[in-house]
Design a protein around this ligand. Structure first.
Ligand SMILES: [Zn+2]
Length: 744
C-alpha cells in the first residue's frame, strides 16, 4: 500500500493548486478490485461531459473494465457557486474533497468541473494507495495559460491524432488556450525554397499552398525517404476539427495569421498587394497597405477562419502577428541575396512615417476583427518597442491614441515576448502597464524541436513574475509541439496558474522529478540539472568578475546555449546569409567559431558531452524501472543522447582537423569518421523508435542524416586517399557526395 504524504500529494498536482488542507480521519483508500460509482450532472457535450469521460477512461485503465458500477466508492461531480476566497477566474475554479466516504468535486463553472477531474486523476495515479482526507480549493490566477504552436518544422507533419493528443496534453495541465499558427513565412532555407507554411486551405484560392520536402535516411526502412508534401492539417482541412475537439474540452483555440511581416506567399502569389521596391516592382514580401486590395484579400481569409472555426465554437480571439517587419534578403527564390522591401516604396507609401503605416495597418485589422465579433486581437510587442532589431521607435502612446479613437482599446492584447534565461537580457523591463492596454507574456518552450532540446524554465519564471507584477493576463509560450519539452510545459502551467505557488524554476524541476520518478527522484533531479547545463544560457562576458587578472570582466566565456544550439546543431547553416555562399559550408563555418577560441570551446564541448552522456545513462536506467515514468525517461534519454551526439561529432571534427594537417594520418582520421557515422546511424534509429513520425519528418531526420552523410563521405574519401592531407577549414567540395548536397 502506497501511503501518499502531504508533500508528494502536492507535488502530484499540475499546476500547483492554490489551497490544499489536510484533515484527521480515515483515509481514502483504493486497491485492486475497488469499485467506484460516478455521479455527475447530465451533459451531452462540453467540459463536464469531458470530465466524466476522462474519469471513466482513467479508472477503467487502472482498475479494469468493471471499475465503475453502482454501490462503489462515490465520486461526485457537481456545479456550484464559488466561495468568496476564490480570487480570480471563478468559472475555472473548483473544490475537491476526499475522504473515506469518497470524492466530491464541485466546479464553479463547467471548466472548473473538468479541472477538478484532472486533479483527481493526478491523485489516483496508481493502483494501491491511501490518501489522508483532504480538501482542495483551486482557481487559476491568470485567464491566459497556454502555448502557441508555430507553423514550422514538426507541426507541418502532425497528423490528426497528433493534434488531438496535443490538445489532451494541454487539458491535463489545465491550460486554457492553444494558439495555432495557420500562416507564416520565414526565409529561403532548404531546397532553395522559401520556408512558407500554410495550415488552412482557403476556399476559392487553391493557388495558396506550401509544399515542403521531407528528406531523410530511415534506418527503419533501410533507405532514403524523399517526398514533396503538404501539411496534413492543410491537406485534410483539420483546423475546424481541432477547434471542435478543443472546445469540447474547454480549451480555447486562437488562430494566428501573419498579417504584415513573415509573409511572402500572399505577396508572391498576388503581386498587386505586395510591398513595392523603389522601381515599382513587387518585392514579394509584406504588403502595400495603401492598396485596398490588400485588405480585400486579407479580410476574405480572416472571415473564412472566423466564420467557420472561431465563432461556431464560442471562441473570441484572433492573432495577427505583426512581428519582425523589415527589409531583408532570402525572400526571392530567383535571387536569394536580393534585399526585398517590406516597407512599401510605392508613391502612396514611400513618404509616409513608418510608425503611422504600422499603426494604421494594425488598427484597421483590429477594427475589422472587432466588427466580426472578435473580442481579443493578439499582436506581438516588438514593432512598438524602441530597442528591438527592426524597431521603428517607441509607438506605445501613438498606438493607444489611435485605438481609443476607434473605440478598440480593449480589443488589443499585446504579447510581450523574450526568450532568455538571463534577466538582464530580457528586451523589456516592464509590460508598459501605464498604457492600460491588455497584455500577456510570451516566453518560449525551447522551440527547436528538430535540432536540440533546451530547458528554458528560467525564461518562463522571469516573465511570469513580470506578468504578475505588471497586471498581465497570463502566459502563452512560443512553441513547437514536442512531449520532450514536457517539463517546460509544466513550468508554463504552474507559473500561469499560481505564480507564487510555483516558486522557482528549480522548484518546478523538483516537483517534476518527484511526480514522474517518485522512487528515484534524486537521480532524476541530477539528470535534469545536467541536461539543463548542456544548453545553459550564459552572458558572453563573465559576470561579477573582478577587473584585471584571472576572471577579468572583459574575458569572454562560452555560453553553452549559444554554442550548442546556434553554432553546432547544424540547423543554422540552412539560412541564406549576407556574404556567405548558400548552402553555407557546414564544417568550415563551424570551425571558424570553434578554432579561434579553441581552448574554451574544446573544454565546453567535453563538458557538454560528459554531462549529456551521464544524464542519458541515468534516464536509461529510469526507463527500465516500472515504478517510474518509463516513457518520459526514454524520451529524455534520447534527447540527452542527441546532445551528446552533437558534442561528440564536433570533438571528432576537431581531432580530424589536427590529424589531416599532415599526410599519413588519413587512415586514422577515416576510422574516427567511420565511428561517428556508426554513432549517427544508431542515433537516427533511436529517433525513429522514440519520437513521433511528425518529429522525424519535420526536419529532425534530415538534420541527423546530414551529419550521417558528412561522416560517411569523409570516411570514404580518406579511405580512398590514404595519403591525403585536408584542410577542414576549406569547403573541400570534392569530398562530399550528392546525398550531402541534397540535404542542405
Ligand atoms: Zn504602397
Amino acid at each position: 500500500m502506497n501511503d501518499l504524504n502531504q508533500k508528494n500529494l502536492r507535488d502530484r498536482i499540475v499546476p500547483v493548486p492554490q489551497k490544499i488542507s489536510f484533515a484527521e480521519g480515515s483515509a481514502f483508500e483504493w486497491k485492486e478490485g475497488t469499485k467506484f460509482s460516478l455521479q455527475a450532472p447530465a451533459f451531452e457535450k462540453g467540459p463536464v461531459h469531458a470530465a466524466v469521460e476522462l474519469l471513466k477512461e482513467h479508472l477503467e485503465k487502472l482498475f479494469g473494465k468493471n471499475a465503475l458500477g453502482d454501490g462503489g466508492v462515490p465520486l461526485t461531480l457537481a456545479l456550484g457557486e464559488a466561495p468568496e476566497e476564490v480570487k480570480a477566474n471563478p468559472g475555472e475554479g473548483y473544490s475537491l474533497k476526499l475522504s473515506a466516504d469518497g470524492a466530491e468535486i464541485c466546479g464553479f463553472g463547467e471548466r472548473g468541473v473538468l479541472h477538478g477531474a484532472v486533479t483527481l486523476v493526478q491523485l489516483l495515479s496508481e493502483k494501491d494507495s491511501r490518501l489522508l482526507p483532504l480538501e482542495i480549493l483551486d482557481w487559476p490566477e491568470n485567464e491566459l495559460r497556454g502555448i502557441k504552436i508555430e507553423c514550422r518544422y514538426g507541426s507541418n507533419r502532425m497528423q490528426r491524432g497528433d493534434w488531438l493528443a496535443a490538445v489532451d496534453a494541454m487539458v491535463m495541465k489545465k491550460m486554457s488556450v492553444l494558439q495555432i499558427a495557420l500562416y507564416g513565412c520565414w526565409s529561403i532555407q532548404y531546397d532553395g525554397r522559401i520556408s512558407e507554411f500554410l495550415y488552412f486551405p482557403v476556399k476559392g484560392r487553391p493557388e495558396l499552398k506550401t509544399p515542403q520536402m521531407v528528406k531523410y535516411y530511415s534506418p527503419e526502412k533501410g533507405g532514403w525517404i524523399e517526398a514533396d508534401t503538404l501539411p496534413p492539417i492543410f491537406e485534410n482541412d483539420l483546423f475546424g476539427e481541432i477547434c471542435e475537439y478543443a472546445a469540447e474540452r474547454g480549451l480555447k483555440i486562437i488562430p494566428m495569421w501573419n498579417s504584415f511581416g513573415h509573409n511572402t506567399l500572399l505577396p508572391r502569389i498576388y503581386p498587386e498587394i505586395s510591398a513595392k521596391e523603389e522601381d515599382g516592382s513587387p518585392s514579394g514580401s509584406a504588403f502595400c497597405t495603401s492598396n485596398e486590395k490588400t485588405y480585400e484579400v486579407l479580410f476574405s481569409i480572416y472571415d473564412q477562419i472566423v466564420d467557420n472555426c472561431v465563432l461556431p465554437y464560442g471562441f473570441d480571439t484572433f492573432a495577427i502577428g505583426l512581428d519582425e517587419v523589415g527589409d531583408s534578403i532570402a525572400k526571392d527564390m530567383k535571387d536569394p541575396f536580393r534585399k526585398c522591401a517590406e516597407w512599401c516604396r510605392c508613391p502612396a507609401c514611400r513618404d509616409r512615417d513608418r510608425g503611422d503605416i504600422f499603426i494604421d495597418h494594425a488598427v484597421r485589422l483590429i477594427s475589422h476583427l472587432k466588427e466580426k465579433g472578435i473580442k481579443h486581437v493578439l499582436m506581438a510587442c516588438d514593432m512598438i518597442q524602441p530597442d528591438r532589431p527592426r524597431s521603428i521607435g517607441y509607438l506605445g502612446e501613438r498606438l493607444l491614441r489611435k485605438l481609443e479613437e476607434k473605440g478598440a482599446k480593449d480589443s488589443l492584447l499585446i504579447g510581450w515576448w523574450s526568450y532568455h534565461d538571463i534577466e538582464s537580457k530580457t528586451s523589456f523591463k516592464d509590460l508598459h502597464p501605464e498604457l492600460g492596454l491588455p497584455r500577456y507574456v510570451a516566453p518560449w518552450n525551447g522551440y527547436y524541436i528538430w535540432s536540440i532540446m533546451m530547458s528554458p524554465l528560467r525564461n518562463t519564471e522571469i516573465l511570469a513574475k513580470m506578468n504578475r507584477r505588471d497586471g498581465g493576463d497570463g502566459i502563452m509560450a512560443y512553441s513547437m509541439w514536442d512531449q520532450s519539452f514536457d517539463r517546460v510545459h509544466d513550468c508554463i502551467a504552474d507559473f500561469a496558474w499560481n505564480t507564487e505557488g510555483a516558486g522557482t524554476a528549480k522548484d518546478v524541476t523538483e516537483r517534476y522529478a518527484r511526480r514522474h520518478f517518485p522512487t528515484r527522484f534524486v537521480e532524476a533531479r541530477q539528470a535534469f540539472m545536467m541536461t539543463d547545463l548542456v544548453t545553459e544560457e550564459k552572458g558572453e562576458k563573465l559576470e561579477g568578475a573582478a577587473p584585471g587578472g584571472y576572471g577579468d570582466e572583459k574575458q569572454p566565456q562560452i555560453s553553452p546555449l549559444y554554442m550548442m544550439v546556434y553554432k553546432l546543431s547544424g540547423y543554422f547553416h540552412s539560412y541564406v546569409k549576407k556574404d556567405m555562399p548558400y548552402p553555407e559550408p557546414f564544417i568550415p563555418v563551424t570551425l571558424s567559431y570553434l578554432l579561434p577560441r579553441r581552448r574554451d570551446t574544446e573544454r565546453a564541448l567535453y563538458t557538454a558531452s560528459t554531462l549529456a552522456h551521464r544524464a542519458a545513462q541515468i534516464y536509461r536506467d529510469l526507463a527500465k524501472d516500472p515504478s517510474c515514468d518509463t516513457v518520459m525517461a526514454d524520451r529524455f534519454a534520447y534527447e540527452s543522447e542527441n546532445q551528446a551526439c552533437i558534442a561528440d561529432d564536433w570533438l571528432a571534427v576537431l581531432e580530424m582537423t589536427d590529424l589531416l594537417k599532415e599526410k599519413g594520418n588519413a587512415p586514422e582520421a577515416a576510422a574516427i569518421a567511420r565511428g561517428r557515422e556508426k554513432a549517427r546511424l544508431a542515433h537516427l534509429a533511436r529517433l525513429e523508435q522514440v519520437k513521433e513520425k511528425f518529429a522525424v519528418e519535420g526536419l529532425a531526420g534530415r538534420l541527423q542524416s546530414t551529419f550521417l552523410v558528412l561522416f560517411r563521405d569523409l570516411a570514404a574519401y580518406l579511405e580512398k586517399n590514404p595519403d591525403a592531407a585536408l584542410d577542414l577549414r576549406e569547403e573541400n567540395r570534392e569530398v562530399f557526395s550528392e546525398d550531402f548536397w541534397k540535404l542542405r
